[in-house]
Design a protein around this ligand. Structure first.
Ligand SMILES: Cc1cc2nc3c(=O)[nH]c(=O)nc-3n(C[C@H](O)[C@H](O)[C@H](O)COP(=O)(O)O)c2cc1C
Length: 203
């Protein structure tokens, strides 16, 4: 093969993906700040955007938060195998992770995630209507007295009943870097407690 200037170490392409995930926690504008979560529903594939809330490379999970009554959570309860898809257009980098979801509702993990949730975001969990309820007229699905303002701590407390933290444990991860000199696509599979095995895939 001709001389190339791009990094051809599959492990460093994989590391780049984790680095982008980690950076997204601090940077709201990062392409990896939100991702597409694909699940299996009764009628086939379902997909939607969620916000990345935690990244744990050591224990190999990522987390998002949701309403425990939502369709996605009900789907994950019946079929925990799902896919998380990230794309950062500026970095021309995609991560596709196959995951197994563990739903934390009312436990210590949920409590910790709730404590880290901003008061404004907690309003979503005070929703009087179950998510996806068909409405006769527009309704913001939050208590009327909270429209246009942040709840105080005490007003937010009830939301914890509807709140869940969803840990997505990664079972395999595919990194894809778009490059003029050749796209690099790497499949990474957990090898032991702390290491991964990497293979280039035909892009
Ligand atoms: C930018 C963006 C971020 C979102 N983040 C979340 C999230 O973190 N958690 C969540 O449950 N829904 C989130 N949503 C809403 C979901 O995409 C989805 O529309 C809603 O939760 C209903 O999905 P479901 O019926 O599949 O459960 C977000 C939507 C947008 C546009």
């Amino acid at each position: 093969m001709n001389e190339t200037t791009i990094d051809l170490n599959p492990a460093s392409i994989f590391e780049r993906g984790w680095q982008l995930l980690d950076e997204a926690l601090k940077n709201r504008k990062s392409g990896f700040r939100t991702f597409t979560l694909a699940t299996i529903g009764a009628e086939g594939a379902e997909a939607r955007t969620v916000v990345l809330r935690e990244v744990d490379p050591k224990s190999r999970f990522i987390r998002f938060n949701s309403d425990v009554r939502s369709a996605k959570v009900i789907e994950l309860k019946s079929q925990p195998n799902a896919t998380a898809l990230f794309y950062d257009a500026a970095q021309k980098f995609q991560v596709r992770a196959r995951v197994q979801a563990v739903i934390h509702h009312g436990d210590e993990v949920a409590r910790e995630a709730w404590e880290a949730t901003a008061l404004l975001a907690r309003r979503c969990y005070l929703a009087p209507f179950v998510p996806s309820t068909v409405l006769d007229d527009f309704h913001p699905n939050m208590p009327e007295h909270l429209v246009g303002r942040e709840p105080v701590e005490e007003e937010s407390v009830e939301g914890f009943d509807n709140f869940c933290a969803v840990r997505l444990h990664i079972t395999s991860l595919e990194s894809f870097s778009l490059d003029y000199e050749g796209h690099r696509r790497v499949l990474s599979i957990p090898a032991s407690d702390s290491s991964w095995e990497h293979r280039f895939l035909a892009p």
